[in-house]
Design a protein around this ligand. Structure first.
Ligand code: 0X9
Ligand code: ZN
Ligand code: ZN
Length: 304
């Protein structure tokens, strides 16, 4: 039986992805969107009751290898969706009226590396010609202000942005899928750790977006929902002003593609354990983040 309160190795997550789709055929399906640098298949889980034209929310986890709590949340989300659909009124409402596209692990090769070779690995595992260093920071590889701020052109750096925007197969797979589904995708959520924040565009500039006030209100509501459960305080604000400015990030790219509700979550904790968050904190973290995701889903649902 799949454990949602332990960190799972990739081979377990991969088997679970196949199983959860098979066990819930009326609610969950598996979509192949591409392959990683090391040629592993990347699957999205599409969650929602099938019906005609529906809004959708795209959510990814594990773009950075070492941020293990992030894939744990995507797994938890699927567990909650499949176990409470038809029982919990709000979850039923949400999944009757919209789809979620969930990518449980964005950076599979890096995730495996963080289990087997280097727990604090961040990047993917692509090899680079003329360099012995490995890996591109996938959250610097999107085609938005690419290679400008807090991004390195040096392959040995942690924030190496790649040889060009979307140079990496993982980035390309996600960007291609989102471009194809732009008419339905209303919100984009990307899960990171750590520091307890809900961030929104821009990250590559201190300018405010067109709907800055609205994004701020949504993020505020989401952090209040989080605090209501275990009292954990998350900060909210633009990426540039709240965490630090950076370029080539997925949330800014989706925003500029027209997905006006794009958020980056930085999950627990605030540095005591950092990336090495103990397994005892998986359940409470996932529970509080569920409230924030449902808050945003309800907001999107109520848009006319
Ligand atoms: O630097 C990042 O990629 C994210 N933080 S992390 O510690 N998980 O690496 C923050 C990205 C925030 N979004 C933008 N700057 N657009
Ligand atoms: Zn991250
Ligand atoms: Zn602790």
């Amino acid at each position: 039986k799949h454990s949602y309160t332990k960190y799972n190795e990739w081979h377990k997550i991969s088997a679970w992805i196949a199983r959860i789709a098979k066990k819930n055929p009326k609610l969950v399906s598996r979509i192949h969107i591409g392959n990683t640098f090391e040629n592993r298949p990347m699957y999205l889980l599409k969650v929602g009751k099938p019906s005609g034209l529906k809004k959708a929310i795209f959510m990814d986890c594990g773009i950075h290898a070492r941020e293990w709590i992030s894939p744990s949340f995507c797994q938890w989300f699927l567990k909650e969706a499949t176990e409470t659909y038809g029982k919990d009124k709000n979850m039923t409402d949400i999944l009757d009226n919209m789809n979620f596209y969930v990518l449980p692990v964005f950076n599979i090769d890096g995730y495996i590396w963080s289990w087997t070779q280097n727990r604090l690995w961040r990047k993917n595992r692509s090899t680079i010609s003329n360099s012995s260093c490995v890996g591109v920071d996938l959250n610097r590889n999107f085609n938005v202000a690419w290679g400008t701020i807090d991004a390195s052109k040096k392959p040995c750096d942690e924030t190496y942005c790649g040889s060009s925007a979307e140079s990496e197969p993982e980035t390309r797979a996600v960007a291609t899928f989102i471009r194809k589904q732009l008419s339905s995708i209303k919100a984009y959520l990307t899960m990171h750790s750590y520091s307890q924040m809900i961030l929104f565009p821009y990250g590559y500039s201190y300018e405010k977006t067109m709907n800055h006030e609205e994004l701020n209100e949504i993020a505020k509501g989401a952090v209040e929902a989080i605090e209501s459960l275990y009292g954990k305080k998350y900060r909210h604000g633009t990426s540039a002003a709240t965490i630090y400015p950076s370029s080539g990030c997925s949330d800014d790219w989706t925003y500029n593609q027209g997905i006006k509700y794009s958020f980056t979550f930085e999950l627990r904790d605030k540095g005591k354990h950092g990336f090495l968050l103990p397994e005892s904190e998986i359940k409470p973290t996932c529970e509080e983040i569920m409230l924030a995701v449902k808050f945003i889903a309800n907001y999107i649902l109520n848009l006319t």
